[in-house]
Write a new protein. Structure first.
Length: 180
């Protein structure tokens, strides 16, 4: 019931979205309730959890002026809260459309999907066992800040990341010849 009320309040034709006073004290800068974003067209859920800042990356997209005008029109009409919301929704729809292809490729190439974190202890165990890692991640690969460049070079044979790679600048530099 609450979701239906919010939908009616947020989607009034010809008027900007507003929230009841009980919700207005916890608003983000974009006017949506804190930690939630409105995305009614992407799914039947009206509110979905917002990703934390550390879980997102910026991406630049160049579009033609006609496409940009249509995007702005949809935002102005209230279908999306802003340009980024429309682009995220379109991106998720395309990824859902190609989900089987992604799944098959991940399995074929033995990739890790999501977050893969390597602590100092993890890498020390790999070196102690006389092994070397081939890091292959779709998402985020993170190497702890206390890992030295020497340890990283001893433990990691290669790094392939489709997404984001987080490590200290010294470790990134030490692994630069092994990063693909």
């Amino acid at each position: 019931m609450l979701f239906r009320r919010l939908a009616g309040i947020l989607r009034r034709p010809g008027r900007p979205p507003t929230l009841p006073a009980v919700f207005q004290r916890e608003l983000c800068s974009n006017g949506n309730p804190y930690r939630f974003q409105v995305d009614a067209l992407a799914s039947r859920k009206l509110l979905e959890p917002r990703q934390r800042a550390g879980e997102t990356e910026k991406m630049t997209v160049n579009v033609g002026v006609v496409d940009l005008g249509q995007v702005d029109l949809l935002v102005q009409e209230g279908f999306y809260s802003n340009r980024s919301d429309l682009i995220r929704t379109a991106l998720r729809n395309q990824l859902a459309l190609h989900a089987d292809t992604v799944k098959q490729t991940v399995a074929r190439r033995t990739l890790t999907v999501g977050l893969q974190h390597f602590s100092r202890a993890d890498l020390e165990r790999v070196v102690a066992a006389g092994q070397r890692l081939q890091v292959q991640v779709v998402g985020l690969a993170r190497i702890a800040d206390d890992v030295t460049p020497e340890l990283a070079r001893l433990a990691i044979e290669s790094v392939t990341v489709l997404g984001a790679f987080q490590a200290s600048s010294a470790v990134r530099s030490a692994l630069s010849d092994r990063t693909h």
